[in-house]
Write a protein that binds this ligand. Sequence first.
Ligand SMILES: [Zn+2]
Length: 98
Amino acid sequence: MSTYSDLVLDGEESDILDRMGVYGTKTYPSSPGQCVECKGNDLKALEILGALNKPLFWLCRGCGYLHMIYTREYTTERLMKAEPLFTHPDFWIKNGVD
Ligand SMILES: [Zn+2]
């Protein structure tokens, strides 16, 4: 198991997943095997502390792209559960997301 540093969020985006650089609705219940962004094949299951006790994303260790495992709606719901644990809560409450 590896531990990564805090996710970096773009405070200008309005949607919580947009802020993480996750766009669209495509999901990957099992690993896509290859990053859809950079075509790299170093993908790891990424668990978000406080959101869910199992991985929410397949993280590309080459470019950092996050592939959603669950639907956008469910992923957002789980991420919002982790909101109090984020170290930059300002990014989470800007632009009307609550
Ligand atoms: Zn990649």
